[in-house]
Design a protein around this ligand. Structure first.
Ligand code: ZN
Length: 145
């Protein structure tokens, strides 16, 4: 293990030097229970390769993580775990709320009045002009590789 992966909780879990409740594993991904669940049944889909951010990966791991996430959501819904809906949440970068810098997709059960929610900034309630949306769309479009 490199120093980077030695210091990474997810790499240690993948190497079995740290305990975890494993739900699923294949050649590319592992799925474990989050130790601080939003709701019971909160899962983390983690690529086995140490990739800090999704766009660092030179492969399709993001697509594959989502595919496994959907498989886990189906399992949650057909299990005895309370689950009326599912959130797929990916924090990519510290400003986005990422705390462990080894990419991971949160998949967690939701149900009415579970107390979880998103907090929106004030500007969210003032919808921008079409021109502003078009200008931003154009900036993003020209950066697509
Ligand atoms: Zn790692």
């Amino acid at each position: 293990m490199s120093q980077e992966t030695k210091n990474c909780i997810f790499c240690r879990i993948i190497q079995r030097t740290e305990p975890a409740s494993i739900v699923y594993e294949d050649d590319s991904c592992i799925v474990i229970m989050d130790i601080q669940p939003v709701n019971s049944g909160h899962l983390l889909v983690i690529p086995k390769k140490h990739i800090p951010y999704l766009d660092d990966s030179k492969n399709d791991i993001g697509e594959y993580m989502f595919k496994i996430g959907i498989k886990m959501a189906s399992a949650l819904k057909s299990s005895d775990v309370k689950c009326e809906g599912v959130n797929y949440l990916m924090a990519d970068g510290e400003a986005a709320g990422q705390e462990v810098f080894h990419a991971h997709l949160h998949v967690f059960p939701r149900f009415k009045s579970d107390g979880f929610g998103f907090r929106f900034p004030e500007r969210y309630y003032e919808m921008p002009e079409r021109k502003s949306l078009d200008d931003i769309a154009s900036k993003i479009k020209s950066s697509i590789k």
